[in-house]
Write a protein of this length. Structure first.
Length: 322
């Protein structure tokens, strides 16, 4: 009973935080919504579908690099490692690595979406019964989801952060996030991190505006989520999906565009939208290997090496906490 009450308190606290973030984001001159809210159960499923779409080259290219260099990467990670994966999603990418690592100490996946983490945890337990798993539901930018690490013994901790999720953070926030990782590592511990690299804008824009319209559904699901969880009344058909490359900031921006003047009610608040006004929902920053190395150093890491595909479209970096 006590556990049920505390989980109800937790979930009402999360709703409160979601509402505050939504109202704050929609009150600015440029309306924004934090991209972490794209990932409820349906959002996570849609993201998995995006990863299979032809236009979305990122997952495919990252997988190719992993397939080609996995033994090398496992060697770099070394024996006895505890893998910590913030934003683990379906935990698929870690499996190959866990299979190849020498005597890993375990796996500590963190994700904001409990449903996907639960299913992935069950699958990993079946496929790799000798690996201890400590799943954490929560926001990886917050200190509390890292706290349990200190209770787990390991020779080495390695943060595994694939999927170019670091690209969702503005450079100063990305630096802070790297500092959060570094704060939970000891000198010599590792970071294995994927970044999408700067490339032709047509290729970039197609990846975030795919011809199968899955990214559009993923983006609009955020409005549906506000409707169902916060009692909003967004009319999804009066918003359209837009994704474009911003060369000055080297990022793809994802927006929802209001197709007419309209008012939307959320928890008793009225939000006014003019025709053509947008809600900025996600950034995906692109890096050069050299600029990412600079960011790694600012965030408390020494770049050690990186692996790329033959067209240098994507990179996986290994760095050491200083
Ligand atoms: C771009 S996906 C990457 C998933 C997986 N690591 C991969 O490489 O395919 C982002 C994942 O991070 C989770 N996520 C996003 N923001 C988060 C946050 N602030 N805290 C915890 N999880 C987050 C989402 O639920 C989603 O599963």
């Amino acid at each position: 009973m006590k556990a049920a009450v505390s989980s109800m308190q937790e979930s009402s606290q999360q709703d409160h935080e979601f509402l505050n973030d939504v109202l704050r984001g929609l009150a600015g001159d440029q309306k924004t919504l934090p991209c972490k809210y794209l990932y409820d159960e349906l959002g996570s499923q849609l993201f998995e579908k995006i990863c299979d779409v032809d236009d979305y080259y990122l997952t495919r290219t990252e997988a190719k690099i992993f397939n080609q260099y996995l033994p090398d990467i496992a060697e770099e990670v070394g024996p006895g490692a505890l893998l910590v994966e913030p934003g683990a999603g379906n935990c698929e990418k870690v499996e190959g690595l866990l299979h190849l690592l020498k005597s890993p100490s375990g796996y500590y996946p963190i994700d904001i979406s409990p449903e996907i983490l639960y299913l992935a945890g069950q699958r990993i337990k079946k496929g790799l019964p000798h690996i201890s798993i400590w799943p954490e539901v929560g926001d990886f930018t917050q200190a509390e989801v890292w706290d349990n690490l200190s209770n787990i013994e390991s020779k080495k901790r390695v943060v595994f952060f694939p999927g170019s999720t670091i690209g969702n953070f503005e450079p100063d926030r990305a630096e802070q996030l790297l500092e959060t990782f570094a704060a939970n590592l000891r000198a010599g511990d590792g970071l294995l991190i994927g970044t999408d690299l700067v490339k032709d804008s047509v290729v970039l824009e197609r990846a975030y505006h795919d011809s199968e319209h899955i990214t559009e559904q993923f983006n609009k699901n955020l409005l549906q989520r506000i409707n169902s969880e916060l009692g909003g009344n967004f009319d999804l058909s009066s918003f359209s999906h837009r994704a474009f490359y911003q060369p000055l900031r080297q990022r793809v921006e994802m927006h929802l565009v209001s197709l007419r003047d309209q008012r939307v009610a959320i928890a008793g608040e009225q939000i006014v939208f003019l025709e053509g006004e947008t809600i900025h929902t996600e950034n995906s920053h692109k890096y050069k290997v050299s600029s990412f190395n600079t960011l790694l150093m600012k965030g408390g890491f020494k770049p050690v090496r990186h692996w790329t595909d033959s067209s240098e479209s994507y990179a996986i970096h290994y760095a050491q906490a200083i």
